[in-house]
Write a protein that binds this ligand. Structure first.
Ligand code: DGP
Length: 118
């Protein structure tokens, strides 16, 4: 479990305290473009609920996690990358490459992805 810092950068974006390039928003999630894109499409999809890492999810979040993934699916179609393919990534903690401690999905596409990831 991780303590949630309410002043992390995604919390500030959700509160509109700092700008982001918005893509989508509803009552449970928001999506905006990554400031440092790693692919032609690189969108971050975040829950509005303050959850620091995947370790902090509980069974009650199952519907929210499904909604995050279905939002990624919808945005992939809108970005025109559904058929060519895309990658959904969730990093967890420092060893997983997480640098912002508000849960987020990366939606990456528009170029060939490679395996294993770095
Ligand atoms: P991760 O390493 O999985 O925690 O991903 C964090 C991502 O957040 C990283 O790809 C860069 C992005 N990012 C960091 N600061 C900002 C910001 O201020 N605005 C936007 N749009 N993205 C940010």
């Amino acid at each position: 479990m991780s303590a949630y810092d309410k002043n992390n950068v995604f919390a500030k974006i959700l509160r509109k305290e700092i700008p982001a390039a918005p893509i989508y928003e509803d009552d449970r999630v928001a999506a905006f473009r990554d400031i440092s894109p790693q692919a032609p499409t690189h969108i971050l999809i975040v829950p509005k609920k303050p959850i620091a890492t995947p370790n902090d999810l509980t069974a009650e979040d199952a519907g929210l996690v499904g909604h995050l993934v279905l939002t990624a699916q919808k945005l992939a179609a809108e970005e025109g990358i559904a058929e060519s393919g895309y990658r959904i990534v969730i990093n967890c903690n420092a060893g997983g490459g997480q640098s912002v401690f508000h849960l987020h999905l990366h939606l990456l596409g528009g170029r060939q992805m490679h395996w294993p990831p770095g």
